[in-house]
Every structure is written in structure tokens, then in C-alpha cells.
Design a protein around this ligand. Sequence first.
Ligand code: ZN
Length: 277
Amino acid sequence: MQVRLDILGSSGGYPVLGLPCSGYRLSGMGQAILLDCGPGIATALFSASETCRLDAVIISHMHPDHILDLIPLGYGLLNEWVCAGRTSRLPLRVPPGGRRFLEQLSGLFDHRNWRFGEEDRGPGHAALREIMKKGEDWLLTVFDIEEYVPGDTWNEGDIRVTTAPADHSIVTAAMRLEAGGRTLAYTGDTRWRPELAEFFAGAVLLLADAHLSSANAPGGAHMTPREAGRLARIAGVETLVLCHLGSPADGESARAAAAAEFGGDIRIAADERMFLL
Ligand SMILES: [Zn+2]
């Protein structure tokens, strides 16, 4: 059983030096799950295909660098419904308040008032036409939006998803995804929070927020690379991947800072795009 992690983007705050913002795709057990969908992620998702090939999207928190490309992803899904007969909604898991947030955002684009013609363009087009006649918003139709509370656990196919509260400026989830006995841990955006070390115990790979990666980092409710290293050491993971750096250029200094706490394998998400768990 091979579990694969693709770093589609990991830039913190805004996409810079060709690196999209947060977006991590876990593939395994016949599933592909996207964690977060920041600016640039839709470009990465559709770079090799006109279809997104995802089975679910899980959003850690509703900050722009983690959600804004849900809009172009939704347009990609719309294309699948209209032109390729798709009728299944893509599961989208969001933290508390996420549904209302997306309703308001989509409302700004007036997606509720689109109309689809009576011509026969296949089942997806016909389904959308009927849904829209009821006054629904198409963006909220191509996704199957469900809210979770950090602390909730559920299954996406055969992948077990467990969440826990992170410590950020808005409600944010840290998460574990277990596939075929291999576990990916993802901090989301968070300050140092000792409870996360226990939550992440036994994970193979920890994807950790290390936004405070230099004295010039913008600041905010994040960890330093050294704190990310401490988290990796206490949790006992095999590999630490530092993500969401203040700048992609901070990789080597961030690695050295994390190594002061963690003696295991340390990688930089901005520099390596694929890992096998
Ligand atoms: Zn962020």
C-alpha cells in the first residue's frame, strides 16, 4: 500500500516565487484528498488534466491563503457537470461557519442567478438546470459542503480523518489522515500547542507550519521552525516537512533551526513536491 503526498503549494500568506499557497494532496486507498485550497492550487490541480480528480477537500480554516482557490476549483467542477456529464458533488469539509462564509462569498458573484438552457447537454447539465430553477447557487451545488468541529473524526472512503483544535487567530483544525496503516499529520496554521504532540504521536510524516522562519517573517499566530522541530520530536514522527515558511528562501535556515530540536529527517515543502509515506 503506497500513500503519496503531493505538495501542490505551501507558501504562507500569498503565492511567491512560483509557489502556490497551502494545498496538500494525499493519495492512497483509491482516494485523493486535498487539504486546503489556497491561491495557485487550482492551477496545480488542473495542470495535467481538465478534471480535478479529487474525492474530497478538507479545509483547516477559512483564511484566504487556505481557501481562495475553492472558487476556480468550483468552476472546474462546473465544467465537468456541464460538459462531461458529472452529477456527483465533491465533498468539501469546512470548519464551523465555513458554509455561511462560502454562501456569502459565492453570493458576491451572483452564482444563484445563472441559468442553464433547455438543450440536451447530458445529465450534469440537466441536473444543474433543475437545481438552479429552485433558486440554488451552483457553486454550493457542485460541492457537498459539510461542517466539522475540530475534534471530529470521520472516514473519507478508507482514509480515517481525525481533527483537533489548533491555536490560530480563527477556528482552525490540525488533522491526522490514516491510510493503510500510514499516518500523515498536518498542523494547519497554529501557534505552538503542546497538546498537538500527543495528537500527532505515531505519524509517519508531519507537515508543520513554520511561518516564523526568520526575523523578517510577517508574524502572526504561527510556529517557528524550532517549535515545529520540537513538535516532531515529542510526537516521534519519522519525517518533518516544514511548510508555510515566511519566505521560500528561508529553507536552509529553517531546517537548521528545526534540527536543534529534532534529530530525524527534515524536509522543506517549498523545495520538494512529493513524498511517499
Ligand atoms: Zn495560512
